[in-house]
Design a protein around this ligand. Structure first.
Ligand SMILES: Cc1cc2nc3c(=O)[nH]c(=O)nc-3n(C[C@H](O)[C@H](O)[C@H](O)COP(=O)(O)OP(=O)(O)OC[C@H]3O[C@@H](n4cnc5c(N)ncnc54)[C@H](O)[C@@H]3O)c2cc1C
Length: 415
């Protein structure tokens, strides 16, 4: 089949690889000059079942509201915009403690599958990128312990491998943790990973080129036309394919709207600061998450990446208060780990989040159009599995895992 992929981020690239290795003729279109230039550019790099839990859960409304009155908060509403408030109301209506568990179990299945696919790719294709194993969640007090409990409850139920650690045990896992910042408790996930998503995507691009994938950079897709031979409409030409896969990150919604597909989506943004390791003995060995502020500190080769400060809204301007929270958390846990006085990379990335915090995978319910999008803050974690699921569906092959609850049909149950 002749297949077009819109978007050369991690979702598009993994989809291109899967389809090309199933012998399809693949073309990838991206409006940027290279791959991984938008949401996949400088993410925290964490692949974790714990962090993959749906954001939408009981208590989130209060967290957002009370956060507005705090200097530092995990998730901030940029403005009290009608669209975002309506979206938050939808989240609250769709997410009680039962549906949280249901959504989370589906996401765990996807992230476990994804991790297996990633490990297989890494091994078979000899992909070498900055990567480390293990993820440590730091709880500052009983309140953090309380907020982590619903997530752990589901992870226990599905038999996920984790350990609750005392302060001393946590310090053995990450010896550089600042002794002056007390740890109430920690949760350790030995099988989670951290890895450089952009490096991985670029390496996979090289593999895709070897498999004959055609890349069209600086090519904005202006519209899509569904049909037996779906059309990709560019500025000066329109090309026809047997199938089109939408992996256009935040812009996917705009491409789908004219096809009658409307999703309960809003824009989130978050930051990362990357700096060289100053002294390896003072830096984390792998990834660490501060549960209260939801700020992660990950070790990516010779760099430390501090990431978090989620904002709901589409204002791309950097907010001082958000960045200063990242520096504060770094200083609390790993002072002196990174050369933050030298040249650092500060990045603010945007991504779409749906009201149930799950991606949309599979048919778009219009002929010839397929979706691999809206993975929210876990696109890297879910990328390899999502790509395999969608490409197997396109190839009319049976899925290797149960994908109930991950398709577009969940929004159109009664139509
Ligand atoms: C600060 C931050 C930290 C994060 N941390 C993590 C993490 O630790 N773990 C994790 O799993 N995830 C994390 N994420 C989420 C994740 O990295 C991204 O959301 C993800 O990489 C998005 O991948 P994507 O391929 O879906 O979209 P993108 O990477 O945004 O790719 C979409 C591509 O489509 C192209 N495009 C869009 N519209 C068009 C068009 N009309 N025509 C042609 N091309 C088009 C864009 O140029 C872009 O290249 C984080 C995100 C941020 C912002």
């Amino acid at each position: 089949m002749k297949v077009a992929i819109i978007g050369a981020g991690v979702a598009g690239m993994t989809t291109a690889y899967e389809l090309a290795s199933q012998n399809h003729e693949v073309s990838v279109f991206d409006r940027r000059g290279s791959s991984a230039e938008e949401g996949s550019f400088a993410n925290s790099g964490i692949l974790s079942h714990y962090e993959n839990a749906p954001w939408a859960r009981a208590g989130m409304g209060w967290d957002i509201f009370s956060g507005a009155f705090k200097s530092y908060t995990a998730t901030r509403l940029q403005k009290w915009r009608w669209h975002d408030l309506k979206w938050l109301r939808k989240c609250a209506a769709n997410n009680n403690s039962d549906s949280f568990g249901e959504h989370f179990r589906q996401l765990i299945k996807l992230s476990q599958y994804s991790q297996a696919c990633l490990q297989q790719l890494r091994q078979n294709l000899h992909l070498e990128y900055d990567q480390s194993n293990g993820h440590l969640v730091l709880l500052r007090d009983e309140e953090d312990e309380f907020s982590s409990e619903p997530v752990l409850e589901v992870l226990r139920e599905v038999g996920s491998n984790f350990k609750i650690l005392s302060e001393q045990e946590a310090r053995l896992i990450e010896p550089a943790l600042n002794p002056e910042t007390p740890i109430h408790q920690a949760i350790y996930f030995p099988e989670d990973e951290a890895g450089n998503c952009r490096q991985f995507t670029l390496l996979l691009k090289g593999v895709c080129e070897g498999l004959g994938v055609n890349f069209h950079f600086n090519s904005t897709v202006q519209a899509l036309q569904a049909g037996k031979k779906p059309q990709v409409i560019l500025r000066d030409q329109s090309l026809s394919f047997d199938a089109v896969v939408v992996c256009a990150g935040l812009s996917s919604a705009a491409l789908l709207k004219p096809l009658g597909i409307k999703l309960p989506q809003t824009t989130w943004q978050a930051y990362s600061i990357s700096a060289s390791v100053r002294e390896p003995m003072d830096a984390p060995k792998s990834s660490v998450m501060d549960e209260r502020y939801k700020v992660s500190i990950s070790r990516l080769g010779q760099r430390v990446r501090i990431s978090g400060a989620r904002e709901i809204g589409d204002n791309t301007k950097h907010q001082e208060v958000s960045l200063s929270m990242l520096y504060k958390v770094l200083d609390d846990w790993f002072p002196g780990a990174a050369r933050i006085q030298d040249s650092i990379q500060v990045w603010k990335g945007a991504y779409p989040v749906l009201s149930d915090s799950k991606p949309v995978l599979g048919t778009a319910r219009v002929p010839g159009v397929w979706l691999n999008m809206a993975h929210g803050l876990n696109a890297w974690t879910q990328a390899c599995g999502s790509a395999r699921i969608v490409s197997r569906q396109i190839s009319d092959r049976q899925n290797e895992i149960d994908v109930t609850g991950l398709g577009l049909d969940r929004y159109y149950k009664n139509s």
